[in-house]
Each structure stands twice: as C-alpha cells, then as structure tokens.
Design a protein around this ligand. Structure first.
Ligand code: C2O
Ligand code: CU
Length: 735
C-alpha cells in the first residue's frame, strides 16, 4: 500500500517536472509519430511512444512490447510479473558526438522511481529487436547518449523517453468518493432475487439460496454506489432434503479401459466436505474429480452417460479428434440430455496425451460444481515419456465461497459473472483445498496439469527457487518440439501442460499460485500468493536410475517432423481474421462509469477478480462477448466457414484493445488441432499442437489449423461465462 502510493507520487512528480511524457489515451487513433503496424497488436497496450528531449526534436521512436518467448501463452516471472521483450524503432537521433563526449546510444528500462535499471543494449537510428526481457509492472524506457556501448550505468545525457501503457493507470480519486444518492447502505440483507424465489412457493426462505455481497479480496476496495447491487437471476444451488441420503463423494479413481470397453458415467448430486463444511455439489460416479479415464492411443471406448442432475446437459470430450456426433455440444452435435436422460458416447483417441471431459451446457454451473475429469491417452510403446519416479494428475480449480461459508449461488435462468467470469476464492487441486504429496529426495514427478476453472489463469510454481527444477514437456495435443526449463507454469482455462519436476532438497515445498493482479481504483499492482498444496520431501535419497537423463533437455523428433509438414504455410497471409470484442447494454450507470474509467489501460491477463460486484451482477442480457469476422461483418453463430479434409488454414485472431473491456480469452477449437505461429508478430519457435490458446488483452495471435475431422465443430472462448454470452461460432468440415 505504502509502496504503491509512493511510486505513484514519484511518477506524478516526474510528470509535473516534465521528465517524462505519457502516451495519450489508447483511443482508436494512433499515438503521434508512431508507424502503423497493426499486425503487431492493437495500439495502446503494446506500444510505447518514445519522445525526444526538447532540443532533440524531431527525433523519436516506438517501443513495441512483445511476447517474451515462453512455452506458455503469457510470459510471466515466477512471482507473476508480466515479462516483455522490446523492439525499438528509432529515427532522427543526431550523431552522439554532436551532444558531447559520447560515441553511441544505449537503451534502458526502469521503474517510475528510476530503480532498478535494466540495460537493454546499444541502439541508434533503426530497428532493434528482442531487447530485454523487462518484467516491471510499470516502467519507463530511456535512451541516452553514452561514452561507450558497454557502460553499466546511465551517466550520459537523455535523448528519448517513454512510459509503459501500464503507467497510465493512476489512483482514481473520484471513484473513492460516494456518488450522491447511491451511497452505501450498511444493511440490505434481503435482495429481491431471494424474495421472488420465496414468493414463488419454493418453501421457506431460509432454505433457499440467496444472493449476498460477493466476496472481495482485501486489496480491492468497494466502489461506492455499487454495494447494493445483486444479480438479477434467481439464485441456484443444488440442494438435498433433510431425509435424503446423498452419497459422500470420494476422490477420483482410475478406470483403465481397453479398446471396445464401456464405462457407465452418471452425473449427479454428491455431498462434499471441504474444510469441515458440507456442500451439496455434483460429481461423476460420485467422485471428485470424475473418474480418470486411462486408455490406449487409437482405441475406441463407449460411455453410457446418465444425467441425474436437474439441468439438461451434454458431455464434451475436450481435445479429442473424435466423431462429430459424440462431441457433446447440445443443439449442434446432439440434443441436450434431459434430467433423467441418457446418451451413449463413442470415444476415439487418435492423439496421445492429456485430455478432459466436462458438460457443455451451462457449464459455468455444472463444471464449477464438480463435473470434470481427465482422460490420459497412452502412446503404443510406453516410451513416449521419459522414465520418472512417479506421475501425478493435478486438476486446478477454484470455488466461490460466500461470506457465510456456503457456496455463492449461480444464476438459475442465466449466468452471472458475465464480465470476467466467476473467479473462486478457494483453490482446489483435484477437488481438495490442500493437496499433499510425499517424496524421497531427488525424485522426479511428472505432473499432468489441467486448468478446469471457469475463468482463472493460474501461474503455478512448485517450491522455493533452487530447491527444485521444472521442465516443460508437453501441452494439449502433443509434446513440445523441445523441452524447456521454466520457473512457473501459466495455464488458462482448458489448457493442459505436462511438466517434470525434480525436488532436490528435503523439506516442505509449497505448490502456489503467484500472480500480480491490477487493482484499478488505487491504480497499482499487488502480489497474491495462494498455497494450493505441499510437497514434502524426506531425507531418503531416491534411486537416481529412476529418472535417467532428467538433466538433459530432449528434442522430440516425431513432433519436429510432424510440425515440419506445415512449415511451408508458416509465412502465409492469414486466410481468415477474427476480432474478439464485446458490447454492453443496460448495466447500472455506476458500473458503466467505472468501466469507461478503466478503459485507460487493461492488463494482459486478469489474474483475479478485482471488481467482484460489477462482475457478479453482469449477465448475458447486459454483456455480450463477441467473435467478429471483420471481412464479412458476421458475428458469432453467423460466421460460416467451410473446409475440406486436408485443408491447412491460417487464422489471425486479434483481441480488441479498444473494447469497452478488454481481457484475455482462452480460445478453444473443437475436433481439430492447431499450432500457434506468432504472438504480436513474434514467431513461436518451439511448437506444440494445441486445442486452446490464451490470447492476452490487446494481443494478436496467428494460428495454423489442420483440418482432419469432418463435421460441425464449435470454436469459442473457454471462459465459461463468455461462452454463455455467445462468444462462439461453428465451422463445417465436409467429409
Ligand atoms: Cu472444453 Cu467447447 O469446450
Ligand atoms: Cu473470453
């Protein structure tokens, strides 16, 4: 808090003294003097105008904030700071010698309080690519004339300077003052939603779920004028009558199925005990998560699904290139399975790796209440993975617990939390709040990670730096071309990553989510560290022969060859372009006021719900997240793409920085696989086949989609609430 206030004041002082210029607001237009490079991302979030000191005009330039190459969609440090590479374009600088005893120019990045300073390298007029990385929340770029190229500190005179887009967000003083006439009322215990529900004769009001004030992070102040708002839909929670004996849910069990075998799968209510408190939730076969379906590559299995919930549903087998009729998308590939109904799925597993299944109808309710499970697909000779001491499945989730200890309700007729999606405040690993694992020293664990939360992007770390090593091996539909060492794993909803971790030292190692969300009212970033579990390493040494070659980073030749088949398409112009944007109508005026103010800057990723009140009351009636095809003007289900088997399609997707609210979207394509070719123009150099790509706010990604599977396939944002508002389209592949 103190630190934040201080750095803001320092920035303000610098601004007042004319030491810095801040780029203008990221309105639709260009910043002055910057070349139009729309393919490098939207103006406003990815570029910094570099302004000259007064006597050096008309010198100037632009710094482009680029994705720092990483196995993940978003590049962050272990602590969650956004990490960028910078490309600098500079023109009009005079001969350095004309300014004094100088021979060259050097670029630097530093924080608004000018400490610490990172040397970016020697520059001059022209283009300088890949400088950095820079991982400051807010930063300033300085270019100075220097006596030599290898000076360690900036001593020479300043020539150009610019401030990162994140410096535009400053404390919003007017939002801290109550709006006249709509000030906070301390006690509004009853909301009209709950009263309506009681009035409808659903039994005594005390048994009914009721809306309450949404839980808030301690770092996020309540915006005056919003505290009385409650979601409009009727509140829903699954319930059990007093005399009803619901089964106590049990942890997930492994089901090994061979070609042709059948699994009976029932979705229904279960009783869960979390931190000593009972909850009525959902489970597949009474388990949390649902059964781990372990199968062989190229095998076919059958699933007899039965719906014992009170919702229509359909089960989607995320990432499988299976027969379209069994893809589980209601109204597209099948009729919804009504309460009490059944459906037989035939699943085919063409790709080895890690997949998952979940409902595809009102999934923001059903999946969040526990309906999710993994599928582990084994490659024929089991040499697909390197030997390790053990394998662990981690399904990462979060659950929203209201202030009274019960679950925060869901909307009955339609979703709530339509702005940013429903973030939970209780982190779950495999449905448990405290994951625990015991190991011998030196053990290598292969973790199979799946993010099954509605909206949260995790930045998962495995313990103190130096006490362990983390190697990334694979993701959605394949291994990477090459393994890499990382400090943490950033994964968006529906993404999977396969990592191998060696624990080197005895003791307790915390499994943590470490992020730096942006708090808009005070205009600062804060650190949020949440413990998801503990890995306890004993004193006994593990057999080093259990994980031979762990120290080496392997290249996966079959993946390299598979990717090589597509290389001739990498530099093609995109066949299709899409814009991810949004529209809002009819939200409370105080929310609209707040949203317009927030438009000054959007972080690449919203790591936490820093505006739970406005988020929770937003429903698909007010908020519409949109996939737009600018070339045709078509949106969402009106987009009509048609392909043939064997097509290789290049698609550019831009996440609109100029939207009323811009945020990340994990974009998922059903039934096929794709490669991510570029992010904001920066080529991806270590490929992996994906079905879900994280697209940061203001980012542009280029995808290469391989068309192999006939049918009608959906593509959509995997934030469950964004899907509910209609952020989806369908493409058709002819047989
Ligand atoms: Cu995992 Cu269409 O979704
Ligand atoms: Cu989205």
């Amino acid at each position: 808090m103190r630190e934040r206030a201080e750095s803001c004041r320092t920035l303000a002082t610098l601004l007042a003294a004319g030491a810095l210029s801040v780029a203008p607001l990221p309105a639709a237009g260009q910043e002055p003097g910057t070349p139009d490079r729309s393919d490098w991302g939207a103006p406003g979030l990815n570029r910094v105008a570099l302004y000259p000191t007064p006597d050096l005009a008309p010198a100037g330039g632009t710094a482009f904030l680029r994705w720092d190459p990483s196995p993940f969609g978003v590049s962050v440090t272990r602590d969650g700071s956004q990490r960028y590479r910078l490309d600098l374009e500079i023109e009009g600088l005079p001969e350095p010698g004309s300014l004094g005893e100088y021979r060259t120019y050097v670029a630097w990045a530093t924080t608004p309080i000018m400490d610490p300073v990172v040397r970016l390298g020697e520059v001059g007029n022209g283009t300088f690519a890949g400088l950095g990385p820079v991982a400051f929340d807010k930063f300033v770029i300085l270019i100075s004339a220097e006596p030599s190229a290898d000076v360690e500190r900036r001593t020479g005179r300043l020539a150009l300077r610019g401030a990162s887009p994140s410096t535009r967000i400053l404390p919003d003083n007017h939002l801290m003052v109550p709006v006249t006439g709509t000030g906070e009322s301390a006690a509004l215990p009853m909301d009209h939603g709950a009263m309506d529900h009681a009035a409808m004769g659903h039994g005594p009001a005390s048994d009914e779920p009721a809306w309450s004030h949404p839980p808030m992070l301690p770092e996020t102040p309540m915006v005056p004028g919003l505290g009385h708002l409650r979601p409009e839909p009727l509140p829903f929670l699954p319930r059990a009558t007093a005399d009803e004996a619901l089964p106590d849910a049990v942890p997930s069990q492994v089901v090994r199925l061979r070609d042709g075998q059948t699994l009976d799968l029932i979705a229904g209510r279960v009783r869960r005990t979390i931190h000593g408190r009972d909850y009525v939730m959902y489970g597949f076969n009474g388990q949390y998560p649902g059964p781990l379906i372990h199968v062989d590559q190229d095998s076919t299995i059958f699933v007899n699904f039965e719906n014992h919930t009170s919702w229509p549903t359909a089960i989607h087998w995320h990432g499988l290139r299976l027969d379209n009729a069994f893809d589980g998308v209601p109204h597209l590939t099948q009729d919804p399975v009504p309460p009490g109904g059944r459906f037989e799925y035939r699943l085919f597993f063409p790709d080895a790796g890690l997949y998952w299944y979940h409902p595809h109808h009102r999934e923001e309710v059903q999946q969040d209440l526990g309906l999710y499970g993994n599928m582990l697909v084994e490659a024929p000779p089991d040499t697909w993975y390197a030997p390790v001491h053990r394998e662990e499945i981690l399904m990462l989730d979060d659950l929203l617990i209201a202030d009274d200890g019960g679950l925060f309700p869901f909307g009955t007729e339609r979703a709530t939390h339509s702005l940013m999606g429903r973030f939970g405040n209780l982190m779950l690993v495999n449905g448990e709040p405290e994951y625990a694992l015991e190991l011998d020293r030196g053990e290598v664990v292969r973790f199979f990670l799946t993010n099954v939360s509605n909206t949260r992007t995790f930045n998962l770390s495995f313990g103190e730096p130096g006490a362990h090593r983390v190697k990334v091996v694979g993701s959605d539909l394949s291994k990477f071309e090459r393994e890499t060492w990382v400090d943490s794993v950033a994964l968006a909803p529906a993404e999977r990553y396969i990592v191998e971790v060696r624990y080197e030292t005895a003791g307790e190692h915390a499994l943590e989510n470490r992020v730096r969300p942006l708090e808009h009212t005070f205009g600062g970033y804060f650190s949020r560290v949440t413990r998801l579990g503990t890995v306890t390493v004993g004193d006994r040494d593990a057999d080093p022969a259990g994980a031979p070659g762990y120290d080496e980073l392997r290249e996966h030749a079959p993946v390299v060859e598979d990717v090589a088949r597509f290389r001739s398409h990498f530099d093609r112009e995109p066949d299709y372009e899409l814009l991810l944007t949004m529209d809002v109508t009819g939200l409370d005026p105080a929310i609209m006021q707040r949203m317009r103010a927030d438009r000054v800057f959007f972080p690449a990723v919203e790591w936490a719900d820093t505006m739970p009140m406005m988020n929770s009351v937003a429903t698909p009636e007010e908020v519409r997240w949109i996939v737009r095809e600018p070339a045709t003007g078509r949106e969402d289900m009106d987009i009509a793409w048609r392909f043939q088997i064997g097509d290789v399609v290049t698609i550019r997707i831009e996440n609109d920085a100029a939207a009323l609210h811009a945020m990340q979207h994990p974009f998922h394509i059903h039934g096929q696989r794709f490669l991510v070719l570029r992010r904001n123009g920066a080529p991806v150099t270590n490929h992996v086949f994906k079905d879900t790509v994280l697209i940061a706010a203001g980012e542009t990604v280029d995808l290469l989609l391989e068309i192999t599977n006939p049918g009608k396939w959906m593509a959509h944002c995997h934030i469950a609430e964004h899907l509910e508002t209609g952020m989806r389209f369908v493409f058709e592949v002819d047989p």
